[in-house]
Design a binder for this molecule. Structure first.
Ligand code: NAD
Length: 371
């Protein structure tokens, strides 16, 4: 498909390619939608096998950010960036500072943050050249690690799901099968443990397994492939996407699927199958939005209390989506998109009228008359 056809069909506003041969920088920034505010989304660094793959990834991810911000009630648009390169060999101060200067040239339309293979020290170099970056170190006035906030949001989503399925938000005595004891998984394990849940977990990384056992001492380890067969109330995917697929869906013995991983359903039809099986699926891009919520308050001055208040709203929004799903008799993944699209439509509509202050909008014209 030709590029503009592709952008039109998915609704992207802008795609920018930045290159700087002096430091080997190759980056694509995609701004999907700015109806609600500046496009915020992280930068991913990856050795893509082709430029086409990199473009495909950034288009898909930036659209996802529009929906995540919209459904979370944030005044942010959707954007994302990909740096094409080897994160082990190609990182340098010059590369990130050059990238920061390019971000600055977008004049605030795009704000970046961490994503896969981009850490706080890389963000600090970007921050040297532009203010349009979040996820900055707490020492420099930023909001630090987003993972505990993502975990808290997932925990709220699980509580809302428990209320819907069991009539009580308490997780005391509930059995959880948690896949992926990484940054988010480990914080989530700690919250679940404190709430009295019984946890079965899996991972492939020894260090993370040990750390998880310290965070949730009652948790029992199961094999990587056995996690789908655990008799449980809640399956919490916190490792990879697409784990609800043709191979796993008949093995799941849970009543709720709710976790941090992005794009848990391999295909939309797996959301339909979960519904037929009477398994409640918590909307993934809403319940894992705690990290985004956390960085979104960085510009107004981050505090722990503000972040907590915002992330706690995930509980009510999750319930609202369950209600839409029931009322409209549609699967939850469709109800989540519906809520996001409804907000985008309604906010776009109020921006239709002229607000006056011509001088402000065309300062050059005003100045000509003045001088
Ligand atoms: P992470 O890399 O710290 O943790 C992922 C964990 O999954 C690792 O411990 C890894 O060893 C494990 N893993 C990988 N393959 C596995 C397998 N086949 N079976 C079991 N475990 C496996 O990542 P994270 O930051 O904790 O993020 C977890 C998920 O949540 C990702 O899908 C990420 O995209 C999503 N997410 C994270 C955030 C955030 O704030 N970090 C925000 C939104 C969404």
């Amino acid at each position: 498909m030709a590029l503009f056809e592709r952008l039109y069909s998915q609704g992207h506003e802008e795609v920018v390619y930045f290159s700087d041969p002096t430091c080997n920088l190759k980056v694509i920034v995609a701004i999907h939608n700015t109806i609600l505010g500046p496009a915020l989304g992280g930068t991913r660094m990856w050795q893509y096998s082709s430029e086409e793959d990199a473009l495909e990834d950034v288009l898909r991810l930036s659209k996802g950010m529009t929906y995540k911000a919209a459904v979370s009630g944030l005044n942010l648009g959707g954007g994302k960036a990909v740096i094409i390169g080897d994160p082990v060999k190609d990182k340098s101060e010059a590369l990130f500072r050059s990238y920061g200067r390019f971000i600055e040239s977008l004049n605030g339309r795009y704000i970046t943050a961490e994503d896969v293979n981009i850490g706080v020290s890389d963000i600090d170099h970007i921050y040297t050249e532009t203010n349009n970056v979040t996820g900055v170190d707490i020492a420099h006035g930023g909001s630090g690690n987003p993972s505990p906030w993502t975990a808290l949001g997932v925990f709220r989503g699980i509580e809302a799901s428990a209320l819907k399925v069991f009539g009580d938000r308490s997780l005391d005595g509930k059995v959880v099968a948690l896949q992926g004891a990484g940054s988010v998984g480990c914080y989530l394990g700690e919250l679940l443990h404190k709430a009295g849940a019984r946890i079965y977990f899996t991972d492939i990384n020894e260090k993370n397994i040990e750390r998880f056992k310290e965070a949730a001492p009652n948790a029992e380890f199961v094999g990587v492939n056995d996690i789908y067969d655990v008799e449980c109330d809640i399956y919490a995917p916190c490792a990879l996407g697409a784990t609800v697929n043709d191979e796993t869906i008949d093995r799941l013995k849970c009543k709720i699927v709710a976790g941090a991983a992005n794009n848990q359903l391999k295909e939309p039809r797996h959301g339909d199958i979960l519904r037929q099986k009477n398994i409640l699926y918590a909307p993934d891009y809403l319940i894992n939005a705690g990290g985004l919520m956390n960085v979104s308050i960085e510009f107004e001055g981050w505090t722990d209390a503000k972040a907590r208040r915002m992330v706690d709203t995930i509980y009510d929004t999750t319930l609202k989506i369950f209600k839409i799903s029931d009322e409209k008799d549609i699967p939850i993944y469709q109800a989540t998109d519906f809520l996001a699209e409804e907000r985008l439509r309604s906010i776009k509509a109020i921006k239709g009228s002229y607000l006056g202050n011509l001088g402000h909008r065309f300062p050059g014209r005003k100045n000509r008359h003045m001088h």
